[in-house]
Design a protein around this ligand. Structure first.
Ligand SMILES: Nc1ncnc2c1ncn2[C@@H]1O[C@H](COP(=O)(O)OP(=O)(O)OP(=O)(O)O)[C@@H](O)[C@H]1O
Ligand SMILES: [Mg+2]
Length: 365
């Protein structure tokens, strides 16, 4: 249970810059998720915390201890990877007991710790089996068990459930979150799956090309993305982005697109004015923040047409054309929307609109 501080950390592999000037403070007992696409530097960051990778420059502290030069075994961390490398010839019990044996713990203490961990993970009845006789989820829990018996200061997880099937993954998300709360152990969890980050983490650090893009709670990241990258990466289906112009009119400030015009709220106008927004900008709106009506008789502003509908059980995803060049994704509860080519009307929930600088991608709001 240590706080972890990453200060001005850079990592080069030869000439490849993997992590750029990373600053991150992970609080004691916090569940921090490192989220980002493949190659963004998540595993590199985790491996630097573990001591498996040298730091090119900067400092890492566990509480007040600078750990830059400490070897992994002296850092008091436990790591779980996607391929969890259980010993195939040892039983589940022996797999869990092994890290404790290496620490020369007494037999009775080992038995007690393994018993407690197995109970927590519901693998008590599997203790005499070998990894080859376990399902994917059971192997996964065994690997987690091997990490928790050590009662480390910090847990490091690298995509530990990435290869499980969707149902088991969703189950394990809940289990891991519950377990982390119960063990109260500082956790750094790497994933490229935004749903895992959103559902489990206290805070998320979104990374892209080795650079931290935004640090915040899942709700901050989702509702107030700092830039276009974060806005597009978090949320499924992804946010719609459209190029627009900002124009003044009698009503105030408007977003003008060939297919529609929207008047912004006063608060939004202020944010754009204070940010000296250029007139060429980009807007973003999540599929659930677009409104849709079937047919052409409704009251919503924009006349469009259905491109395709995808029923998802409770919700329906609709791709709709606003004009010949503009297609948006809408998520709705409405069950009957007609089929391809049918008319529809579309509106924006203006309060939920995001506006980005077209050059830099930085969000005005
Ligand atoms: N041992 C290595 N030698 C050289 N380059 C490396 C090495 N490990 C990683 N890299 C490079 O560093 C960058 C970051 O890699 P990293 O493994 O941290 O990405 P990641 O975010 O974990 O991606 P993924 O989701 O695919 O696991 C990538 O450009 C990668 O090619
Ligand atoms: Mg990785």
């Amino acid at each position: 249970m240590a706080a972890v501080t990453i200060k001005d950390v850079w990592k080069y592999y030869g000439k490849t810059l993997a992590v750029k000037e990373l600053n991150l403070e992970i609080k004691k007992n916090e569940f921090m998720c490192l989220l980002g696409p493949s190659g963004c530097g998540k595993s590199t960051t985790l491996r630097m915390l573990a001591g498996l990778e040298f730091i090119s420059s900067g400092d890492i502290h566990f509480d007040d201890v600078r750990v830059n030069d400490l070897p992994p075994r002296e850092r008091d961390i436990a790591m779980v990877f996607e391929n969890y490398a259980l010993y195939p010839h040892k039983t589940v019990f022996e797999n869990l007991a092994n890290p404790l044996k290496l620490r020369k713990m007494s037999r009775s203490e080992i038995v007690e710790r393994v018993r407690r961990a197995a109970e927590m993970l519901e693998i008590s009845e599997l203790l005499n089996r070998k990894p080859g006789e376990l399902s994917g989820g059971q192997k996964q829990r065994t690997a987690i068990g091997r990490a928790i018996v050590r009662e480390p200061k910090v847990f490091l997880f690298d995509e530990p459930i990435a290869h499980l099937d969707a149902k088991l993954r969703s189950h394990m998300r809940g289990e891991l979150k519950h377990l982390q709360r119960r063990l109260e152990t500082t956790t750094v969890y790497v994933t490229h799956d935004q749903l895992e980050g959103m559902s489990m983490a206290d805070r998320i650090a979104v990374m892209h090309e080795g650079v931290l893009q935004q640090l915040g709670t899942p709700s901050e990241i989702y509702n107030h993305p700092a830039n276009e990258f974060v806005a597009g990466f978090v949320g499924e289906p992804p946010m719609n982005f459209l190029d627009v112009r900002l124009e003044r009119s009698n009503e105030g400030l408007s977003v003008v697109h060939p297919a529609f015009q929207l008047t912004l709220t006063d608060a939004q106008r202020h944010l754009l004015e204070n940010g000296n927004a250029e007139s060429d900008t980009r807007i973003g709106i999540r599929p659930d923040n677009l409104l849709i009506e079937s047919g052409d008789g409704g009251s919503l502003d924009i006349a469009g047409s259905i491109f395709v509908t995808e029923p998802l059980g409770g919700d329906m995803l609709i791709e709709a054309n606003l004009d010949a060049e503009t297609r948006v994704m809408v998520k709705t509860k409405i069950r009957e929307m007609g089929g391809p080519g049918d008319p529809c009307r579309i509106g924006f929930d203006i309060e939920k609109l995001h506006v980005f600088n077209k050059e830099t991608g930085v969000a005005y709001f």
